[in-house]
Design a binder for this molecule. Structure first.
Ligand code: NAD
Length: 360
């Protein structure tokens, strides 16, 4: 039976890497019935919205989507499609496995981490007060009255909500990932020593879920600054790390850097009902239409999707084929060659051909 999956090509270099990814996914032998959907700058030009309702409707039907990157033009007035999708579909768990493949240039060749980031709460909840606005000035008065702390009147203010509900579900999602993928240890990152009521609540709630519901998996907590220090000093001590939104944003880029950069960093945004798989990188518009960009990140997001569909054998076969082609270093894109102007670099589609050949 074919899987119904929504495929959003994206814009910029999105269509090229989406096509390469479609081809390798189909070469695993798993049957897909793609529902192709467009979102982003071109749709915005034609329809006045970058995210037509039919895209969301499609994902509500199929429950699973894979998506090429989408440009968020600066100052155009349209909000990020990526953020809108996460909100509309309640995709609260951002999952980024960060594994260094042999043959990729990195200072941390042993890296093999998973970053689980909460997507909705924390300082990114969008509760903000502009400096000098009526609301900001009122809030300054109210806070003074409530707790006797006086902020300067020329302050801009962002609020950091962290709830028991939001923490419980992201921590469970991290542990469930650890169980399915046989990860040995879970680390919960926080700054509870300073932010006692937000990060403190996160730490207390996360520790309770770990102890009561997942006693079989090793668990530890780390203060975020110490964690960053240790990730570069002793990365082998870390396995799966669960972080609130802001720290998760930063540490997932750190982890992508540790495995050799954006070209090879996959991801997924997952909720209780829907899952959207996408590369960490953006639309790299300056390379659009040139058949040069590295499609590995979206292909590895496809590997994550195969695991999500419980097609584990196909997922492993595709991951191994990608790893083999990268290790051999011959049929790889410019960013995986020793120098960026290496004339032996192949294009996006030829790289996909080499992977398909390995899949036999
Ligand atoms: P970017 O990730 O698109 O590219 C930055 C640079 O990284 C590129 O110029 C290129 O040198 C390198 N790079 C990125 N992906 C690569 C790949 N697959 N292979 C080889 N090299 C690669 O970042 P940006 O330029 O900041 O963003 C461009 C647009 O994408 C922006 O509008 C941004 O908002 C959007 N964006 C979208 C997503 C998403 O759809 N999830 C994520 C991040 C950024």
């Amino acid at each position: 039976m074919a899987y119904e999956v929504t495929f959003i090509r994206g814009d910029g270099t999105g269509p090229e890497i989406s096509e390469a990814t479609r081809r390798v996914l189909e070469a695993t032998g798993v049957d897909f019935n793609w529902d192709w959907q467009d979102a982003g700058v071109d749709v915005y030009a034609d329809e006045g919205t970058p995210l037509p309702d039919r895209v969301i409707e499609s994902i509500r039907q199929t429950k699973v989507a894979i998506k090429g990157p989408i440009t968020t033009p600066v100052g155009s007035g349209f909000r990020s499609v990526n953020v809108a999708l996460r909100k509309e579909l309640d995709l609260y768990s951002c999952q980024r496995p960060s594994k260094a493949y042999e043959g990729v240039k990195t200072r941390f060749p042993e890296s093999n981490l998973v970053i689980i980031r909460e997507n909705h709460e924390d300082l990114y909840a969008g509760i903000e007060f502009e400096m000098g606005s009526k609301e900001a000035l009122e809030l300054i008065e109210d806070v003074d009255k409530l707790i006797g702390v006086r902020m300067r009147e020329d302050s801009g203010i962002s609020i950091k909500p962290i709830s028991v509900f939001g923490t419980e579900r992201i921590v469970r999602s991290g542990f469930e990932y650890a169980k399915k993928h046989r990860r040995k240890k879970v680390t919960l990152a926080h700054k509870a020593n300073i932010m006692k009521f937000s990060d403190g609540l996160w730490l207390k709630t996360g520790t309770r879920i770990a102890e009561e519901e997942y006693p079989e998996i090793d668990f530890e907590e780390r203060i975020i600054d110490n964690l960053c220090n240790q990730l570069v000093m002793r990365p082998e001590e870390y396995d799966l790390i669960i972080l609130p939104n802001l720290y998760g944003d930063i540490v997932s880029d750190l982890a992508a850097g540790m495995i050799g950069g954006l070209g090879v960093a996959p991801g997924a945004n997952i909720g209780d009902e829907y899952a959207v798989f996408e590369a960490v990188h953006g639309s790299a518009p300056k390379y659009a239409g040139k058949n040069v960009i590295n499609p590995t990140a979206l292909m590895l997001s496809g590997v994550m999707m195969l695991h999500h569909l419980e097609e584990d054998a196909a997922a492993d076969a595709l991951e191994n084929a990608i790893a083999d082609v990268i290790r051999e270093g011959k049929n790889v894109t410019y960013d995986l060659k020793p120098t960026r102007d290496d004339p032996t670099a192949v294009g996006t589609s030829q790289y996909a051909d080499a992977i398909i050949e390995k899949l036999g």
